[in-house]
Every structure is written in C-alpha cells, then in structure tokens.
Write a protein that binds this ligand. Structure first.
Ligand code: F6R
Length: 615
C-alpha cells in the first residue's frame, strides 16, 4: 500500500509531486508528505490527512520550490497515522531523505542495533529505521549513496519500493524495489519515479518497471543504470511504451471514480472480449490459452487464488468451469492458501486473479505454486504488474485504470475473461455442440448492451437507497451462479457505506441467518428466472413471513417475484452462466447511492487501500 512519487530534472517538482500524489491516493490516504530540494534548501512538509491537506500545508509554508522532489501518500502499517509517522523521513544527520512503500519486517532488531550506536528516532516507522541504516552503512563503509542503499537492503527482510536522495548530491535519486511496484518514467533530461505510471503519463510514454531486487541510480542527462541488489550484476532496462492515456485517469464529468467505473462497464467488457471473441467465426482466440492449451486440457484441476472481489470473480468462475467445461475447480483465498501447505502437483493449473496485480498474498501464492511445479496463469488488469510478470502466461482484462477503491469494472471484466476461458476449454473438450457454443458467444457479445440497459435503473435504485440508507444491517442472498454475486453485493455495501452486510447462499439462510430477519432487515435477493428460480422464490416467501423487506433483482418481465418483493430491479434476460455480469450492476449502484447518502467517502473508504501490498 502507500504511493510514492518522485521527480528530478529541470521543471518545478512541486506540481508534479502533488498531482502525482492525488493520482496515487487510491493506494493509501491516511497521511501524506513531500520534500523539495533546489540544491541549497530542503523543504519537507507532511501531515495526517489527505493530499489536499498536504497541499494546503505546503502552500502555507511556501514549500513549493525545487527541481528534485519526492512525495508519499500513506496507508499506515507501523505507527498510527499522524504527522510524525508520515513520510518522507530524514536520517539522523539530516542528509538523507527517504520515501518507502512496503514493510521492513526485521526493523526492530536493526533499530535496537542503531540505538546502541547512538541513533535516535522520532517516528514509530520501519522506514525511519531503514534510512538510518543506509546512513550508518554510508558512514562506516565510506561508500556513496547507491552502494550504501545496496548494502543496507541486503540486510533487511521485507518488501520495499524506495526513493532516497542525499543532500550532498542534489543531482541524484536512488531507487530500489522488492515486492512493491516501482516505475521510472524517462523524459528529456528528466526522470519520474512512481508506484504506477499515472503520475507521469502527461510527461512521457517511456517507462521502465523495476523487477524485484533491482535498484537504479537516476541522474538527469545520464542513462538509467540498473543493478541487482543481491550481487551487483548489471541489469538492462526494458523501456516500455505506455498505452495509458490521461482521460482514463480523470473523473470525466462523474462525481466519483466509482460511478464512472460502474458506467464504464459496457465499454470495459467489450474491450475485454475485443479480438478474443469472434462470434461470426465461431472462435475464441486467446494467446495465453492457445499456447498452453494442453496444460489446461490435461489439468487434474484448476486452483483459483485471489482476494476480495477478485476471489468472488473466482467463485463465479468455479461454477462456469465446472458446469460448462467439466474441469474440477477449487477457489482459495490467497492468504489462506499460501500458509496451509496445500497439495499442489505438476498437473495442477493455478489461475491467479488480481485487478492491481500487486496483492501480496496472491503474489506469494503464485510463487509457492510455481515452486511446486504448477502451471500458473494470471488474470490481471494492470499491465506490467508484478503478478502479470510472475505468472507463466496470462490474459489482461483491459478494463482500464480502476481508481475507486471499491472494485466494480474489475469484477465484471474478470468474469468476462474467465467465461471466455471456460467456453474455449468446453469447446476444445467437446463438452457442447457447435450451435450451443455459438449461442454462448452471441449471448456474451450482447452483454455490453444489456449492461447499458441495466444501468438505466439508476434512478429507481437511488429511490430504494433513500428508503434503506439508515439500516444497520443488510442481507444478500443468491443461489448458484448468483451466490458469489450476493457475496460481492454485501462486500460493496459494507466497504463503502459501513453498513454491516452479509452475503449468503439463499438456502443456507434457514441454518442461521434467518434468526436476524425482522421488519428492520432489508434482504437483497437475486432471483433470476433461470437456475433454482422456484427455490429462491420459496426463500423469499420465508423472508416475507418474517416481515423482512425484499429488494429483488430479477430478469425483465418477472411476475412471480414482483408480487412478493417490496422493490423490484429488473435486468435484461441472459443465459444463467452470464447472469452475474448483469445482476451485479444494480448492487454496485445500490451501494454507491447508500454510501453517498450517508456522507461516506465513496472513492476512498476508511481503512482501505486499492493495492494491498502487505500481507
Ligand atoms: C473490494 C476490493 C478488494 C480487492 C482485493 C484484491 O472492492 O477492491 O476486495 O478486490 O483487495 O485486489 P486485487 O484484485 O488487486 O488483487
């Protein structure tokens, strides 16, 4: 978590750092800080709160000049969010300044050793320990900053993306990475550093993504030089041309990124299947699958690992893969999987799903599965992310940047990719006829238009939100393909509105949660006409008999549920396996409106961060 940004060149660093931090705020937003250096004076400002608070504080202190700058937006791990624990951090001499995204796990022992040598610490952070360790190495070994960083990093355990400079070397920033992302933007006589490319996209399209255990010394006017932290071997920068454009990372007229991203789903789903779904030719073409077809077809089973919303997409995929392609699937929380010594064989295929491509637990699960010989396939949104690079093959979702912390378009595009894979494997295995296959392709092709129609319920959903905005609890029920949608609906509501919500398989309700139902309990039921419809209707009747309030998501033209429910939200009809792509839309809008009406920060809910790079 945390976002880092840096600049060194001829321009004023201040606006680049502030704007960069605003774009990275999705990564953490409990405090922020920046440092500027003009070769003579260093000016450092930091504060608990948002980047906007930092900007006000920096401007009040006229802390806005210098051609070298570093900035940090924090999601607290070590030490509460306050001014002192915010980054950047000085070393004891005041010569070195650092920003850091990650965790130094052995910081306590290093801190004790440094204290014995006379170092003092202002903050509770692991980062202040690291910058002082670098200083100690620099002084005792009498080496330059780059070497000191390298030696120090060989003594730490943990994860980091760091940028550090030395007051005595105003023309140089040293950066290093292990486990947390770090991109370097290459301009004309200038360099940018950031957790992702969004802070520098309007300045340059050329970027290098550091690999784990790489470091670089950056000096304007000089070529970038990469080294391996472990053995000092020279690494060659792979300069990539970025595809990102500026409109994609702005709000584009919407009040919130989340709303923009909900409305982007028709386009995002289309971009996901563009060039892959060729309905007129009766084909699905996906390079990552085509080149590894035998691995999938001969797999004993598919293990899906992910966290949060991506895990919910994995659950939908379990239904699709087993139902259509008849391949056994297990879906695992990456955080549990990595620590429970699972049985993995060379005949297993592991699919890792991650929007950010940086989730620490998912990354660790991938590494473990690779060590045990499994073939690992990634489904990521962020191009060039750690997970995309760590997997043997993969498919990007092409959803475009997702900035709202609550995942929306990532979920539907992940399901789209996984559906394409399942359909392709089902076809290859001869699990269904050409005409059935064609039917699915045409149906999937029609989804963006149907999502567009589903979005038209926005006003109705806003009215429903008004009725339930003060609820303390909410239950979400679904069955089969729509059970994961119920889980996802509940997660969306709790994370942005702070209303306690639970998702349940509808039939499980009578094994416990039914005790919660009274006339104060809104129950969102996904009751699409296909797949256990009558059984869900019975569950609705059970809720009604106990005076629960029913908000039902149904296919257009439904009559039976309409008679029972307090509120009906219609989505266009589609085949059962594709229904999550439509039923999830009203649930996203419902959470959005309720959160907004409760005065919550929709895009940056409390305690959360978009990219969970700590375990
Ligand atoms: C919820 C949400 C999180 C993420 C989870 C995994 O709205 O966004 O639950 O889904 O942190 O993140 P990724 O997909 O980046 O691995």
């Amino acid at each position: 978590m945390c976002g880092i940004v840096g600049y060194i060149g001829q321009r004023d660093a201040y606006p680049i750092i502030v704007k960069g931090l605003q774009r990275l705020e999705y990564r953490g937003y409990d405090s922020a800080g920046l440092v500027l250096y003009d070769g003579n004076d260093i000016c450092l400002t930091k504060t608990k709160g948002k980047v906007e608070d930092l900007k006000n504080k920096a401007e009040a202190a006229s802390c806005n000049t210098g051609q070298l700058g570093l900035g940090h937006t924090r999601w607290a791990t070590h030490g509460i969010p306050n001014d002192i624990n915010s980054h950047p951090h000085y070393s004891n001499s005041g010569d070195l300044v650092i920003i850091h995204n990650g965790i130094i796990e052995n910081y306590e022992s290093i801190k004790k050793a440094l204290i014995k040598r006379g170092y003092t610490f202002e903050s509770d952070t692991d980062t202040e320990v690291l910058v002082n360790l670098i200083e100690e190495v620099k002084n005792t070994e009498e080496v330059k900053l780059g070497q000191a960083v390298q030696i120090a990093l060989n003594q730490v355990v943990g994860a980091y993306a760091i940028a550090v400079f030395d007051r005595n070397k105003p023309n140089e920033i040293v950066v290093a990475k292990l486990g947390s992302p770090l991109a370097i933007g290459i301009g004309d006589n200038e360099y940018f550093v950031a957790s992702d490319a969004s802070p520098f996209i309007e300045f340059t399209n050329n970027a290098v993504y550091l690999e784990d255990e790489e470091m670089a010394i950056i000096r304007p006017g000089k070529e970038i030089k990469l080294r391996k932290i472990k053995d000092d071997a020279i690494a060659y920068p792979n300069i990539q041309e970025l595809q990102l454009n500026i409109e994609e990372i702005e709000k584009g007229g919407y009040d919130h990124f989340m709303l923009k991203e909900i409305y982007e789903q028709p386009r995002a789903i289309l971009d996901t299947y563009r060039g892959r779904l060729l309905a007129d030719q009766g084909l699905i073409r996906m390079a990552g699958i085509d080149q590894n077809l035998e691995k999938f077809l001969n797999a004993n089973r598919i293990i899906i690992v992910a966290c949060g919303t991506s895990w919910h997409a994995g659950l939908v995929a379990e239904y699709i893969f087993e139902d259509l392609a008849r391949i056994p699937v297990e879906v695992e929380y990456a955080s549990e999987f990595r620590y429970r010594n699972p049985v993995i064989t060379e005949n297993d295929v592991l699919i890792a799903i991650s929007q950010s491509g940086e989730t620490a637990d998912t990354l660790a699960a991938i590494k473990m599965a690779k060590e045990k010989g499994a073939f690992v396939f990634g489904v990521c949104n962020v191009v060039g992310s750690s997970i995309a690079r760590e997997t043997h093959a993969g498919a990007y979702t092409h959803a475009g940047p997702e900035i709202g912390v609550a995942s929306t378009k990532a979920f539907t595009t992940q399901i789209t990719i996984l559906t394409l894979i399942a359909l392709k494997l089902a076809k290859e295995k001869g699990a269904f006829s050409d005409s059935k296959f064609h039917e699915y392709l045409t149906e999937l092709e029609a989804i963006p238009e149907k999502v567009e129609t589903a979005l038209q319920s926005n006003v109705l959903i806003e009215q429903i939100a008004e009725v339930y905005k003060n609820s303390s609890n909410c239950l979400y029920l679904g069955r089969g393909y729509n059970f994961p949608v119920a889980l996802e609906g509940a997660l969306k509501l709790k994370e942005i509105s702070y209303i306690h919500a639970e998702g349940y398989p509808a039939a499980e309700m009578k094994h416990g949660p039914i005790a919660l139902i009274d006339d104060q309990m809104p129950v969102v039921v996904i009751a699409t006409k296909k797949g256990h419809y009558e059984k869900v209707v019975s569950n609705i009747q059970e809720i009604k008999s106990r005076h629960g309030k029913i908000i039902a998501v149904v296919f257009e033209g439904d009559e039976m549920v309409s008679e029972l429910a307090d509120h009906i939200i219609e989505v266009p009809e589609t085949s059962e396996p594709l229904s999550p792509l439509l039923t999830t839309i009203p649930l996203q809008l419902l959470s959005y409106h309720i959160a907004l009406m409760r005065g919550c920060n929709v895009d940056q809910p409390r305690n959360l961060a978009k990219s969970v790079t700590v375990e």
